[in-house]
Design a binder for this molecule. Structure first.
Ligand SMILES: [Zn+2]
Ligand SMILES: [Zn+2]
Length: 212
């Protein structure tokens, strides 16, 4: 049995998710954007031990609490290597958004297309879906309730990510959406980087940015 808990965290209310094997209590944290105390409280309530901290991309609002979670858990913290330059640009991102500069952590550039991260019975698949940023990834996990997709800022309910920030590419985001994300099962639940959940089928039918 796998538990997924999602809640907004950090300065821009990024959706942070805890993906937990309910038996072994091993967990993966997706996008700890900020509010370390809140993340800690939720992990504590679940009795969870963090094995990995992963990021859909390296905008500051998705990585703000990574160092704090890492220090507490000693878990590996991972991004896609193509977003490394954005981690180096954190001071610029902080200045642009007017948010405090978070503490830095040793980030592994280990998220690769087709790879899988494990925590107990949790198997989190990685799809490289560039466009919003060069190292944007989408995570896919199968649970007893079906497939869950963590799309970061690549796909939102009725929207897609902006491509006017560092390294954004409007052609690439469309290619990622069509070839990697819309090919997932219709009934897969999508947890976007911000805002409400949706499903792949619903977005294929109703997302105006994906209409031909
Ligand atoms: Zn973003
Ligand atoms: Zn975001």
């Amino acid at each position: 049995m796998i538990t997924v808990e999602t809640f907004p965290a950090g300065p821009l209310g990024c959706n942070c998710s805890l993906v937990v094997d309910a038996t072994t209590k091993r967990a993966i944290v997706v996008d700890p954007g900020g509010d370390f105390d809140l993340i800690e409280e939720k992990l504590g309530a679940l009795g969870a031990t963090v094995d990995a901290i992963v990021h859909t991309h390296t905008h500051i609002d998705h990585v703000g609490a990574a160092a704090a979670v890492q220090r507490k858990s000693n878990a590996r913290a991972c991004i896609h290597e193509a977003d490394r330059f954005l981690y180096d640009l954190l001071p610029v991102q902080a200045a642009m958004l007017g948010v405090p500069l978070p503490e830095k952590v040793e980030m592994e550039g280990s998220l690769k297309d087709g790879s899988t991260l494990s925590a107990g019975s949790v198997e989190l698949g990685v799809l490289h879906t560039p466009g919003h940023t060069p190292g944007s990834v989408t995570f896919v996990v199968k649970t007893q309730d079906g497939t869950r997709v963590f799309s970061g800022d690549t796909l939102f309910r009725r929207g897609i990510g902006r491509t006017d920030l560092w390294g954004g590419d409007s052609g690439l985001i469309m290619k990622s959406l069509r070839e990697k994300i819309l090919t997932l099962p219709d009934d897969a639940v999508v947890v976007p980087g911000h805002g409400p959940e949706t499903t792949i089928g619903e977005e294929r039918a109703k997302n105006p940015f994906l209409a031909r």
